[in-house]
Design a protein around this ligand. Structure first.
Ligand code: HMG
Ligand code: MG
Length: 295
């Protein structure tokens, strides 16, 4: 079995941190993650700096990592303005982000789900013409902080829309980490009935400590792409109570323990995590990082 890890540390990981991190430190973080073997890294977001000041200067970060070869860098774009800025900084892969619930869509990107799709249409059309790959996120696939329970069909319907618009992969976000394995399976099975399962990714936050179990359940459904963040960093300021992404260390430990080769050097990953934790002023929440640091 082969699993692709999409590293979220420099984007989702830092977007909710109180301590500002310099452009130089963000670039060094990406360099350290790639040297640890993470070949797909989300490095920033071209969103309003008033909304997410932590992602300001994502253009400088993207330019600053352009010397790194053999790695793919992703950035978030919510609209054409973001796409223009991302392209000017050299983006080859961009990610649009929608939500399965109206409440979160409104809170996060200030528009309805339908309006968000209208914003994405020109982005996808231009990306196609430019030869740029577009990933599509869906947030709140296992529950919403505002609207509560989310039906798998609502997720599947939105996934079809993003797929039909031309997204090459749909990343399914348990934004507030409320899912449990059987619910995750039911949701992934509903989406997988509509979209090739090879083109789905799991983006699970670990708020309730369920992320690894949910990932394992999703792997049983055939999903092979996992979003995770070094040290378990992450969270969305528009998702009250949400904590970090599942930690990359924890995912790597689980996969290697199952005989799945990740190509990731745990020592180097831990060093990248510890360096960033030092800058942020708090220890990593990753269980594996804590265990290894205690040795
Ligand atoms: P809006 O207010 O509806 O947009 O915001 P607007 O077009 O009316 O513009 C308002 C202001 O934003 C204007 O500036 C625009 O120029 C500016 P002002 O005139 O007030 O100075 N603006 C922009 N600036 C920079 N880049 C842009 C851009 N677009 C407009 N692309 C908008 C809509 C989406 C821009 C805003 O709500 C926003 O930036 N929200 C931030 C959303 C965000 O980044 N959330 C976190 C990432 S998503 C996430 O974490 C979930 C995920 O991890 C999956 C999961 O876990 O579920 C992906
Ligand atoms: Mg997220």
């Amino acid at each position: 079995m082969s699993i692709q890890i999409v590293e979220m540390g420099p984007r989702d990981g830092l977007q909710n941190e109180k301590t500002p991190v310099s452009v130089e430190a963000r670039i060094a973080f990406v360099e350290a993650l790639v040297s640890a073997g993470l070949t797909t890294v989300e490095v920033g977001a071209f969103v309003s700096p008033k909304a997410i000041p932590q992602m300001a200067s994502s253009d400088a970060v993207l330019r600053g990592v352009s010397h790194i070869k053999d790695a793919e860098f992703h950035v978030l774009v919510p609209n054409e303005k973001g796409y223009d800025a991302a392209r000017a900084a050299g983006a080859q892969v961009v990610s649009v982000f929608a939500a399965a619930s109206e409440g979160f869509s409104r809170a996060n990107i200030n528009c309805s789900i339908a309006e968000s799709i209208e914003r994405f249409k020109p982005v996808l059309a231009r990306a196609k013409a430019d030869g740029v790959k577009v990933r599509g996120y869906i947030s709140c696939v296992l529950g919403c902080p505002f609207d509560g329970e989310i039906k798998p069909k609502a997720v599947a319907d939105l996934a079809i829309t993003l797929w039909d618009l031309g997204c090459y992969e749909i990343s399914l976000g348990d934004t507030i980490g409320v899912g449990t394995p059987l619910k995750a399976k039911a949701m992934l099975s509903a989406v997988g009935a509509e979209i090739p399962v090879a083109n789905l990714a799991m983006h699970f936050h670990d708020t309730y400590g369920q992320a690894l179990a949910n990932l394992y359940a999703g792997m049983e459904e055939g999903v092979r792409v996992i979003d995770s963040a070094a040290g378990g960093l992450g969270g969305c300021p528009y998702a009250p109570g949400a904590t970090g992404n599942v930690a990359t260390e924890d995912v790597v430990y689980m996969l290697e323990g199952m005989g799945v080769k990740t190509g990731i050097d745990m020592d180097k990953l831990l060093a990248a995590t510890n360096e960033m934790a030092g800058l942020l002023g708090h220890p990593p929440v990753s269980r594996v990082a804590s265990a290894l640091n205690a040795k």
